[in-house]
Ligand binder design. Structure first.
Ligand code: B12
Ligand code: SF4
Ligand code: SF4
Length: 327
């Protein structure tokens, strides 16, 4: 139905199928909201929280789902081999040819739908990728693709956690085996919580306190607001990968990958502007470059990239809270 070469060309490293429309962790999600751990992320509350209870509340015809893991580990580690400046941006931003991953993965999901329709002409599929009120990590769990790490990431045993989850909600069941649920492989490890500079990880519930997370502050907070304690000393200016960088399951991926030969060199095509603005020089130099761009100019230069979300002013806000940015 889905051949390996076709999927590999779309950077899909694994996929799974489930006909279980209800999350296994919905009660944990609701408890998290009740304790107000979602902080300023109000789009996770209310009606959109109710809808997460069952895929039918998002797509009434839904009978099953295919879930795909899109890996960006190779590109992430290839970039780390390059000579870079002081400021860091989350690796997913630079891993999809400079484009916002939503556009790229949605395109891939549409290609998969077209492919499936060749043998299943009555199939209807709705892509789920961040925007629909779906607990995507839980959906990946039900499709057998990994477990919830203590940093709350969906971790795949051989692919690690540098993956994006994309799903197709389907109007019919497929003749496919449903996968068994992956067991927890974190064991006694607590490396992610120890490494998180803002103490955002709650090891007991395997969730994060969203307002303490640098990812929230740098990607989801657009106006000036107090930065989480510890942020000023960090290099991160857009997103954060620290709790994944230290994870033994990602280190294991890298060890295994390097045992097969050198990483492909990083392809800068489409990323030149991002490199020259953000990934060279000191933090102050980066801030100065952003200051010199007007809001419209920034929008034009970074159109279609993940950086569009915060825009010029949001990024400048992130930079001006850095200890080593002068002026
Ligand atoms: C809101 C959001 C955020 C928020 C809140 C993050 C969070 N941890 O909740 C912020 C802005 C901080 C954020 C940051 C990031 N995000 Co985000 N985010 C989302 C979004 C839109 C919703 C997540 C959500 O529902 N959170 C609610 C909380 C309660 O859920 P949870 O943390 O997963 O907690 C679950 C576990 O605790 C679990 N659980 C705990 N114990 C147990 C025990 C058992 C037995 C079981 C079954 C479950 C379980 O139950 C909870 C409920 O499901 C999803 C897309 C989507 N629609 O799902 C992407 C998503 C989670 N984000 C993603 C990514 C890549 C990131 C970043 C890495 C980006 C970056 N580099 O900065 C960081 C990672 C930070 C982190 N450690 O989580 C990916 C994760 C891919 C993966 N492999 O896991 C997703 C799935 C987007 C996608 N389509 O790929 N994100
Ligand atoms: S993404 Fe960064 S700030 Fe957020 S929990 Fe992980 S290490 Fe902490
Ligand atoms: S760092 Fe350790 S505890 Fe955290 S997610 Fe990875 S294996 Fe689990």
């Amino acid at each position: 139905m889905l051949n390996a070469d076709f999927l590999q060309n779309l950077d899909i490293v694994d996929w799974g199928y489930t006909n279980n429309l209800e999350p296994l962790s919905y009660d944990k999600y609701m408890a998290w909201l009740k304790q107000e751990q979602h902080g300023s992320l109000s789009y996770l509350e209310g009606e959109r929280a109710d809808q997460r209870r069952n895929l039918k509340l998002v797509y009434p015809e839904c009978k099953s789902a295919l879930v795909f893991l899109f890996s960006y580990a190779e590109k992430k580690y290839a970039l780390e081999q390059e000579e870079l400046g002081h400021a860091k941006i989350a690796s997913y931003v630079t891993s999809f040819g400079g484009l916002d991953y939503h556009h790229v993965i949605k395109d891939h999901l549409n290609k998969i739908t077209d492919h499936l329709k060749q043998t299943l002409p009555t199939l209807e599929a709705r892509p789920a990728l961040d925007v629909l009120p779906v607990l995507e990590r839980d959906l990946a769990l039900r499709a057998g693709l990994g477990w919830f790490g203590k940093n709350s990431m969906m971790i795949h045993k051989s692919e690690g956690s540098f993956t994006m989850i994309g799903a197709l909600l389907l109007n019919q069941e497929l003749e496919l085996d449903t996968s068994s649920i992956e067991v927890d492989h974190c064991g006694q490890c607590t490396a992610c919580a120890e490494a998180c500079p803002t103490l955002a990880i709650d090891l007991d519930t395997r969730t994060i306190k969203a307002d303490l997370c640098v990812s929230t502050y740098t990607i989801e907070t657009f106006k000036d607001a107090p930065a989480p304690n510890g942020y000023a000393q960090m290099s991160e200016v857009f997103g954060c990968d620290i709790c994944q960088d230290v994870c033994p399951w990602n280190k294991r991926w890298l060890r295994h990958r390097l045992s097969q030969g050198a990483l492909k060199s990083f392809n800068w095509s489409g990323l030149e502007m991002m490199r020259d603005t953000f990934l060279k020089g000191t933090m102050t130099q980066v801030a100065d470059r952003i200051k010199s761009l007007g809001v419209r100019e920034f929008k034009r230069l970074f159109k279609g990239t993940a950086l569009e979300r915060t825009g010029r002013n949001g990024l400048l806000k992130n930079l001006l809270h850095k200890k080593d940015v002068s002026g």
